[in-house]
Design a protein around this ligand. Structure first.
Ligand SMILES: Cc1cc2nc3c(=O)[nH]c(=O)nc-3n(C[C@H](O)[C@H](O)[C@H](O)COP(=O)(O)OP(=O)(O)OC[C@H]3O[C@@H](n4cnc5c(N)ncnc54)[C@H](O)[C@@H]3O)c2cc1C
Length: 259
């Protein structure tokens, strides 16, 4: 028998955040599957289960659960004419899902030195990668200040707020260690800027809102989600002196593009 590169797991829970648009699934976990917060799994499904039950469609998904959890969870958009995400959305509790035995990805806090501020900038489902970091006490030990910026179009896409508040209550070492900054681009939300993340960086408003300076001497920045945001924000940050780590030298910038 050939040794498969993946394991068969089972859906144990589903959450519909916005019907037909945003959902989460929880799955069983192979005890041998190891990862660090910020990494992603490759999920597999058969394109046509009637013809072939073996998985032939594979997509990357960041773990939203921390490494110490017994199960895995993933947060997903539904791309209406996408091949994978509508199939993932249709899975019911008890259905099978396939997970590559290896976790991937380098946008992890361990790439950064001890101390300073961690800025987590996400658009949409890019939030996923930051949730296990926020649910990990090591992140709160590593950084003096953590700033989470979640950019979405409409306010109902600001998901996981209760969990984020709970992580801060559980792990924050001091008052003011954590700042959560939601930003909506197509809807006015009281107390939150109506602007894109890149505009907020450019105008300096992000620094005012966070009460912190985007200075590579003290700040480490992660960018995750929409590749246009990642490219534009990376340019703005490079101009400020931010750079990814190289040849064992820790950097001040780490990114993950979702497509
Ligand atoms: C490293 C990595 C981690 C990822 N983690 C996640 C995750 O945690 N959650 C998640 O929902 N997706 C994530 N993705 C994207 C995911 O792999 C799929 O692309 C997505 O679920 C859509 O699959 P699809 O086959 O339906 O459409 P695809 O054919 O893969 O994508 C079609 C188009 O949909 C758009 N699109 C794809 N993904 C997204 C998205 N997340 N948000 C908005 N628009 C999108 C893009 O325009 C893309 O060209 C990740 C991708 C990478 C590379």
């Amino acid at each position: 028998m050939t040794q498969e590169k993946y394991t068969r797991q089972t859906i144990t829970a589903r959450t519909e955040w916005i019907p037909g648009k945003l959902f989460s699934i929880t799955t069983t976990r192979d005890p041998a599957f190891q990862f660090v917060p910020g990494q992603f799994a490759r999920l597999g499904l058969p394109e046509n289960p009637q013809i072939n039950a073996a998985p032939d469609l594979w997509r990357a998904y960041s773990m939203v659960t921390p490494p110490h959890a017994n199960e895995l969870a993933f947060y997903s958009i539904v791309v209406p004419d996408g091949l994978f995400s509508p199939r993932l959305r249709d899975l019911q509790i008890g259905d099978a899902i396939y997970i590559d035995k290896t976790a991937f990805g380098f946008m992890t806090p361990e790439r950064f030195p001890q101390g300073g501020q961690l800025w987590m900038l996400a658009t949409g489902t890019g939030l996923s990668a930051y949730l296990p970091m926020l649910d990990d006490p090591n992140t709160w030990q590593q950084f003096e200040k953590i700033i989470l910026v979640h950019g979405v179009r409409e306010a109902n896409e600001l998901t996981y707020q209760d969990d984020i508040a709970r992580f801060a209550r559980t792990h924050a070492r001091h008052e003011g260690q954590f700042t959560y900054l939601p930003a909506t681009s197509r809807e006015k939300l009281p107390g939150a800027p109506q602007a894109r993340i890149t505009t907020l960086i450019e105008t300096g408003e992000l620094e005012s809102l966070a009460n912190a300076t985007l200075d590579p001497a003290v700040a480490r920045v992660m960018l995750c989600g929409n590749p246009a945001m990642v490219t534009d924000a990376r340019k703005l940050l490079t101009d400020k002196g931010f750079a990814p780590g190289r040849r064992g030298i820790p950097g001040s910038l780490a990114v993950e593009n979702y497509w």
